[in-house]
Write a protein of this length. Sequence first.
Length: 346
Amino acid sequence: MFCCHQSSNQLCITHWEHVTQQIDMARRRSSGITSLGFNQDQGCFTCCLTSGLRVYNVDPLVEKAHYSKEELGEVSLCEMVFRTNWLLVVRARRPCCLMLLDDQRRSFRAEVMFKSPIRALRARKDKVAVVLSSSIQVLSLPSLQRVALLRTPAASRPLCALATDANAAQVLAAPAHRKGSLQLLDVSRAVKGAQSSSPAVVSCHQSDLVCLSLAPSGAKLATASKRGTIIRLWDTSTKQMLHELRRGSDYADVYCINFNPEGSLVCCVSDKGTLHVWTARGACRHLCSAAAPPQRALCAFSDDRTAVVICEDGTFHKFTFSTEGNCHRSDFEYFLQVGDDDEFLH
């Protein structure tokens, strides 16, 4: 396709985004994977499939739960609640319905219907943030009663981050209506019967946000824009930028940013096929980078010397790195070929 006339740049970008989306869809169809997600301590991940649902332990890589298509149908989204038996599930044939699955009993405990399809989920032990077309609804667990509501731009990506540390501020981060900005909301007050406070708006980038992540404590926030050249770190209490982390000079689609549990490390992956790791404490610096698959992927920390990458082509990659900047891939698996070895982790 040729780009022409006064809107050529925009047409090129729009066409390339469309092509990229079609390629990603084709890859997902070939693997059967509809979505992936790490749990809050990054020790497990869920794999939603056209043929059901699987749950894996990260280290060692072991399948911990397996639901067939006959049991659940096609699953589009799943969010674990730490290492409990609670799994928040959205099935493809009921995209507006959130279901709370008790894995120990292998039965549903509660469900709630929304007026629009659910686009993303983020949970902590007592709440779940449900991303809809133009809002985020925060529900209590396990009752699934609404405790907070945040309006979001309808055209934005389904971005949302929720602080998961039970002893820290209950910060929710999501895109704001102004381009490149986000809003921060404390969702704890609503549980005590008070009205939710107005969100604080932070101007983060000049172009649209494509990825964001909160440290478990909620004290630090990481953001990336459509340009994808830098990751910015923010202090959520002062709303001030802490650091700029250089990912590269070429534009990139940042798929995932993640902090380690202590908030002292940050990793990211993008369509450039590179895993990056930085320190996020004191004088931030780039620790290492390593070749990772260019497929849509998520990254996380197994520990403070190990990062893992899971891809929508069904591959699992483990990278070991050092403070001196050395990094190598220490493990590789096709996780869909890993069978169940144990009962689910409690």
